[in-house]
Design a protein around this ligand. Structure first.
Ligand code: GLY
Length: 307
């Protein structure tokens, strides 16, 4: 058994590890861990109290993948619901589809009775409104929101340099593997922007025969390199876990343009080994792991990939 999660996942890893130790399946356990992060207001890049898009709407992305069946479920740009990861799981289990976005995702969430929530907190609204005062010209202020947003999105500076996500990967006692991810994406993003989290193969992938992978930070990069699927494919081709990460890192480095600094790749293989590698954070990106034999989850530092 193993659970691997990123820094933000620290608030959920106890739940996931305890569930696995009690015999809960990997998919249930990773969903439970992500829900803890979505509910935690101190985490500003996932769920409640995260940063909105440039129009002040919190649009949430999430996905799950079952490594036993290779089924996945994802939602993108979901507004007004508390636990997007559970809506993503319901897409997998209740529809013959893999991804729903926007109004369709919200309609489906209502239909299945998902709990509603106003995820824009007062604190986030205040920061957004203060930002608008700086970013908008007097004329734009008069006309907002009926203005072109393209240039505004370039001017709007991210409050925490955040394009982060929470990611959970696990293998349960029966050897089944699953992944789950959730995020509010890029602060002040253009409405409708999807990151890598709802794109299976980019932000996450799980194949019980070989391994699972999930990425954090700028999804625009891992979408272009199909990073999560690539890591699992490199494992299938016989690379070691560490070599699979370095190879996926080389794929990312070949991309011209975009923001690679901060991107982190989290992966486990079918034997339950794990590696995390990240680009360009001077002090090293931290992550959490819990494995058989540990009494509590441990915080570790990722391998550093040069930018
Ligand atoms: N990795 C999260 C995002 O780009 O939205």
């Amino acid at each position: 058994m193993i659970v691997l999660t990123n820094h933000e996942g620290g608030v959920g890893i106890d739940t996931t590890a305890r569930d696995l130790a009690a015999g809960v399946g990997a998919l249930d356990a990773v969903e439970a861990g992500v829900r803890m992060v979505e509910d935690d207001p101190s985490i500003r890049s996932v769920g409640y109290n995260s940063w909105p898009n440039i129009l002040g709407q919190v649009e949430l992305d999430a996905a799950v993948m079952d490594g036993a069946t290779l089924r996945s479920g994802a939602i993108g740009g979901l507004i007004g619901f508390k636990n997007p990861v559970s809506v993503a799981r319901a897409v997998m289990e209740r529809l013959p589809h893999e991804i729903l976005v926007g109004a369709g995702a919200a309609r489906f969430a209502s239909e299945i009775g998902a709990e509603t929530a106003e995820n824009l907190s007062e604190a986030s609204r205040d920061t957004w409104q203060r930002g608008l005062k700086e970013w908008l010209s007097p004329r734009e202020r008069q006309a907002f929101p009926d203005i072109a947003l393209t240039a505004l999105c370039q001017r709007a500076t991210d409050p925490e340099y955040q394009k982060d996500t929470t990611v959970f990967l696990a293998i349960d006692g029966a050897g089944d593997m699953a992944s789950a991810v959730s995020t509010s994406g890029w602060a002040w993003k253009y409405p409708g922007r999807l990151g890598d989290s709802p794109i299976i193969g980019a932000g996450s992938y799980a194949d019980g025969a070989y391994g699972a992978c999930a990425c954090t930070h700028t999804g625009e990069m891992t979408i272009r390199a199909a990073t999560s699927r690539s890591v699992v494919l490199y494992l299938k081709m016989g690379l070691t876990l560490e070599d699979a990460l370095y190879e996926a890192g080389r794929d990312l480095k070949r991309l011209r343009g975009g923001l690679l600094r901060g991107v982190a790749i989290h992966a486990i293989d079918a034997k339950g080994a794990h590696r995390v590698a990240s680009f360009g954070e001077a002090k090293g990106v931290e992550y959490w792991v819990w494995e058989d034999g540990m009494t509590h989850p441990e915080r570790r530092v990722a391998i550093h990939l040069d930018v």
